[in-house]
Write a protein that binds this ligand. Structure first.
Ligand SMILES: [Zn+2]
Length: 119
């Protein structure tokens, strides 16, 4: 049974990636079809109990669940604050929803300490 679930997840992930590629291709011609592909992706991920990979998830609006293409129906803005790290704000033009995600800053001090501790 355990092996079966792994196979289902593998198939679902490959289908999700395929559908995202097709959605990217078809978007300039037919936006409704691209949105339909995204709906199917979400259905596959629910069915297989699988998370959509980060880089793909950020191309779906969190609120209206539509496919986002930067410069066409969404906008990316990067902001940095000293000490707090920087974040990217993603604005959807359809529903005006703003999603914010943080970018982790690599700490050079931690790296040096790790190098010193390791033999
Ligand atoms: Zn939206």
């Amino acid at each position: 049974m355990k092996k079966n679930k792994q196979i289902i997840k593998k198939i679902a992930l490959s289908r999700i990636r395929f559908l995202f590629e097709r959605a990217d291709e078809i978007f300039p011609k037919d936006q409704d079809l691209a949105n339909r592909y995204i709906e199917l992706c979400q259905a596959y991920s629910r069915r297989a109990n699988l998370k959509i990979p980060k880089e793909l998830k950020r191309r779906i609006c969190h609120s209206c669940k539509r496919f986002l293409v930067p410069g066409v129906n969404c906008r990316y803005r990067m902001q940095s604050r000293r000490g707090k790290g920087s974040h990217v704000t993603l604005t959807c033009f359809i529903c005006n929803n703003k999603t914010r995600y943080y970018i982790k800053k690599k700490n050079p001090k931690i790296r040096q300490e790790k190098k010193e501790n390791s033999p």
